[in-house]
Design a protein around this ligand. Structure first.
Ligand code: ZN
Length: 105
């Protein structure tokens, strides 16, 4: 391979690399733009089936009765979990306090 050919090949390679880089840059810019558009879109999703619903929908579910039922069940189990979350440490603290009082008294 002559020196001239080597230079020519190197130049071609750099040119194609530059083209690739430019393409990648454009792609990432477009993706960023699409993400921004998506996040600024004024809607939310049904928490059960992910159907787009109005932003001010409360509870955050669609008009489907099945979704309403599922949401209700989920809500009640969440409430139960919250109660347990406070109840169990409360009982534990109570037991510890009783033991401390029993030991000192
Ligand atoms: Zn739904």
């Amino acid at each position: 391979m002559s020196r001239k050919e080597k230079i020519q090949r190197a130049a071609q390679r750099t040119a194609s690399e530059a083209r690739e880089a430019a393409k990648r840059q454009r792609d990432s810019e477009r993706r960023a733009r699409e993400r921004r558009e998506f996040t600024t879109d004024d809607h939310r999703h049904c928490s059960v089936c992910w159907t787009p619903i109005p932003l001010d929908a409360d509870p955050p579910i669609c008009s489907d009765t099945e979704c309403a039922e599922k949401q209700r069940k989920r809500e009640s189990s969440r409430k139960r979990l919250t109660v347990m979350l406070y109840l169990f440490p409360g009982i534990a603290i109570l037991l510890v306090m009783l033991q401390v009082m029993g030991a000192s008294g």
